[in-house]
Design a protein around this ligand. Sequence first.
Ligand code: ZN
Length: 177
Amino acid sequence: MKTLPIITLPDRKLRLVSDPVERIDDDLRRFMDRMLATMYDAPGIGLAAIQVGEPRRVVVLDVAKREDETAESSPMFLVNPEILSSSDERSVHEEGCLSIPEYYAEVERPASVRVAFLDRDGKRQEMEASGILAVCLQHEIDHLDGKLFIDHLSKLKRDMVIKRFAKQAKLGPKPAL
Ligand code: ZN
């Protein structure tokens, strides 16, 4: 399956608030399959539609291999996902983002969340998540609101990253070694 180009900083589209999906049909399912192929190819464990330039509230993720390299893939498709509640308990995980390549930082977030979403068939689902799945869900749902994981860092660190990517964009792609 053909993959989609992933947009990266400083692309301003990453700051758009995505629109809710009105109808779940074969077109959308095809789009989600291409998103998933793009995510696996990158490789990554989560991808929001805006990262391929589409401001729609769609997320695909698969955290199975993150915990166990030999695990079967178990993709999830979330349409119009929303966080219903978050735990008071917080935890810190190292995060990265396909739209901010080769930058990683520790981010503190609620340790667990309860999320509602529509699945591939348009059925409403609710799920309680903790660990890496909770991190991934919060990270991807942030994307739908134009937020990036670097927004959770100190202003100093965030500005440094933004500056670095702006400069890189001006210089053009790095020559391959
Ligand atoms: Zn991301």
